[in-house]
Write a protein that binds this ligand. Structure first.
Ligand code: MLT
Length: 394
């Protein structure tokens, strides 16, 4: 037996596991200190009442022979896929139900989707980047090329005709930088991918934070995207499902090459390796799309946006350069006093007991930057900001 040697090519720890380990060590050594966590983008508000109601009803369904459910459809129940299709339609995107696959979250599908692509595909990712895109490709033995996302290009790299790519990862609104592509910018990516016969793996997990109409909520709002893009979305950030687990992936029938269909391949893959998301959870997810569900969800998003503003105001006050926080729950800031990302992480943890995510963990261009999340409670956010101000104000 041999282990997969490709693991030698990835960092020993997943970024957020590394942060959690360091914070746990600090908390153990300093049991009297209250640590405030604005690191991993984990939500704090409970599930919306409408979702809870649906979950309870679904539990009752499971208690009666007439409504009990065993194995569900691999691609998800029709009631949920129909709700998702209706939601897309409200954003001007027409999808067939067979183009929607319900999953246990965007992260799993973003990793698992690689099963349907050849190993020798050239992979292109922005730097900084959500580490899952890189690590999953390296685990599978693929080489990854990077495109620079910097303050100069607004952390939104655009296609370069001289760069060869088969699989392109885009995330908008972006994790970690909070930058978001306009529809016009995405059109350039779609045209580039179609010209090359490349696929765009589009991570739309944070689309619900978009309030600017020029920005794309879905890549399918851009003409031509249905022949080159797969979109990943999640209920985690939209509706607080980080612990409940539900998401969806859209694979249009138009995405095919040499007689192979991405949609068919994915269905085959899922039927082999995945038995679907629990019925109860899918019922809860469907409730997100009811009128009452939407009302409650939007209130939660507004709450997190207020937190983002609290953090942004603090950065303004301290004259610290930052981006994000308006169409995104993340504030991406330049570490003060020329500190490197992990140095600032230690400085904040040791002196203010505030946890963030070091930008260097997202790639070389993240060095010297730091990410704070707006997903904490209002109380935690205010306390953290207060401590940061006290520490950094001169
Ligand atoms: C993050 O903090 O970047 C995200 O919460 C990680 C994730 O969604 O997996």
């Amino acid at each position: 037996m041999n282990f997969n040697k490709n693991f030698n090519d990835i960092a020993e720890n997943y970024l957020f596991a590394e942060v959690a380990e360091r914070v746990a060590a600090y908390a153990k050594a300093n049991p009297d200190k209250k640590v405030l966590k604005l690191g991993i983008g984990d939500v704090t508000l409970p599930l919306a009442p409408e979702v809870i109601k649906a979950l309870h009803c679904a539990v009752d369904d499971m208690s009666k022979a007439e409504t009990f459910k065993g194995y569900g459809p691999y691609e998800g129940y029709e009631f949920l896929r129909q709700s998702i299709a209706d939601y897309y339609l409200s954003n001007g995107v027409n999808l067939q139900l067979s183009e929607i696959f319900v999953s246990d979250g965007a992260k799993s599908d973003l990793g698992n989707i690689l099963d349907i692509f050849s190993k020798d595909n050239k992979v292109l990712v922005p730097d900084p980047v959500y580490p899952v895109y890189v690590d999953t490709n390296l685990m599978a033995g693929r080489k990854v090329a990077y495109m620079d996302a910097t303050a100069e290009n607004g952390f939104l790299p655009m296609p370069d005709e001289n760069t060869d790519a088969d699989i392109i990862y885009l995330c908008s609104p972006n994790n970690p930088t909070g930058a978001a592509y306009t529809k016009a910018q995405l059109k350039q990516w779609v045209d580039y991918a179609n010209r090359r016969g490349a696929v765009i793996l589009y991570d739309a997990a944070y689309e619900c934070f978009i309030s600017d109409d020029n920005l794309a909520r879905s890549i399918y709002q851009v003409e031509g995207a249905k022949s080159c893009a797969i979109e990943f979305c999640s209920f985690s950030k939209t509706a607080g499902f980080t612990g409940t687990r539900c998401g969806y992936t859209v694979i249009p029938h138009g995405l095919e090459k040499d007689g192979f269909s991405a949609n068919r391949h994915w269905f085959r893959r899922q039927a082999t390796k995945f038995n679907g998301v629990p019925y109860i959870v899918q019922k809860g997810a469907a409730a997100v799309f009811t009128a009452q569900g939407q009302k409650e969800i939007l209130q939660n998003i507004a709450y997190y946006k207020r937190n983002a503003k609290i953090i942004a105001d603090c950065m303004d006050k301290l004259n610290i350069w930052y981006t994000g926080g308006t169409n995104s729950p993340y504030i991406w800031l330049k570490c003060p006093n020329g500190l490197k990302s992990w140095e600032f992480f230690d400085f904040l943890l040791n002196n203010a007991q505030v946890v963030g995510t070091p930008g260097a963990g997202f790639g070389k261009n993240g060095e010297g930057y730091f990410r704070l999340t707006a997903f904490g409670s209002e109380e935690t956010t205010e306390q953290a900001v207060h401590r940061i101000e006290k520490l950094l104000v001169r």
